[in-house]
Unconditional design. Sequence first.
Length: 470
Amino acid sequence: MTNRVLLVEDDRAIATVITEALRDEGFDVTACSSVSKRDALLADYGFDVMLTDVMLEDGDGLASIANVHEAAPNMPVIVLSAQNTLDTAVRASDSHAFEYFPKPFDLDELTHAVRQATKRSAESAESIDGEREGSLPLIGRSKAMQDVYRMITRVLRNDLSVLVTGESGTGKELVAEAIHELGSRRTGPFIAVNMAAIPHDLLESELFGHERGAFTGAVSQQIGKFEQANGGTLFLDEIGDMPAEAQTRLLRALQSGKIRRVGGRQEIGVDVRIIAATNKDLGPMIENGSFREDLYYRLNVVPIHLPPLRERREDVGALVKHFLGQAVAEGLPNHRISDAAIKRLEAQRWKGNVRELRNVVFRLALTAREDVIDADTVDDALPATQEMAIGSETPFEIALQAWLSGSSSAPGVLYHTALAAFEKPLFEHALRETEGNQLRAAQLLGINRNTLRKRLSDLEIEPERYVRRR
């Protein structure tokens, strides 16, 4: 039996590509480009699966999926969207979509999803009401963030343990908050514990609580984080800093669903969803015995990795504008930012990731004198230790484009201006490396010594400045 697919897509080129790919796999594909045509087709024909874009000719294809489920309650729906935000991914999940694919997508993955969708009906789940656009904590439409969004939506309606990994400043706690606020435990408490911020000898008391007199200074009973989070989510940040003894008690609590306060005899049942996070590589820690392997597998049921900012530079502009809005909400002046200034920010290495970018944007909002923040203002606000993203991690062209975006050279001289701007630091680098020895500098650069001398003179570079005084 041939499986029938309804494709709702108003981009003719994309519709053609998907149709041909699915037909090559044996599917019977019917395509349309609007909500009204979709509804007419659903009323007259039976389909096994539907693929739909979000923005269609006559409306929001995602907003009316409830009507689709009413007309065909057992038909899986796969959502395609160029509106690649967390809100879109969550709306797709809320509408009981079988799968969500941000554009551009991998055609083989899409074909596989259609094949899987025809094998079973869409799952029924409680929807999450309300509009959230602009209020969700995670920003970015890069492919790396789309993968994060898709993983988040897959854990919203279950209580599986999640391990969030990523460098400091990437927003691991924001992922935990999103899972809690958008998931089935959103009416319960969200309790966060930073393992690195609590002295080791107090950590067990902090997590599990203690009875009066359990140790010196325990003058009264204390309820621990596990009990405080009962019915909700417990976020264990920097789990890699947890001492071995506490790891053992944590594992026991996760296995049994019960905790015992320090100094107490009674076991207390707790209903807690665990989300852990770390900026460390736990693999080597497991090998050297500083982190329990069984605890790792208990926590790492669903892994979510947050990419560093340097791997999703296309998100910098959206993040900057988001932070400028936050700055206004906190009483700082309202500013816009130029494209050249955003290019400058995109070209930075951002070792502190999104957290560092936010700090710089707030600094810009505070110190900028003009309504529009330009590239020069960005340069003044960046710390002296900030590095341009030139090297193996990012292409040299990123920094070059940032420089060109901020250039204001007169017509007819841009080539010579750009050449001088990049040639001078190149020659100065060669002289520093060779301690002012022009022969060795010419050899390092791969040019004739006389050519080097002429360019040093033209660029007004004094090689004597680089000679090391002994």
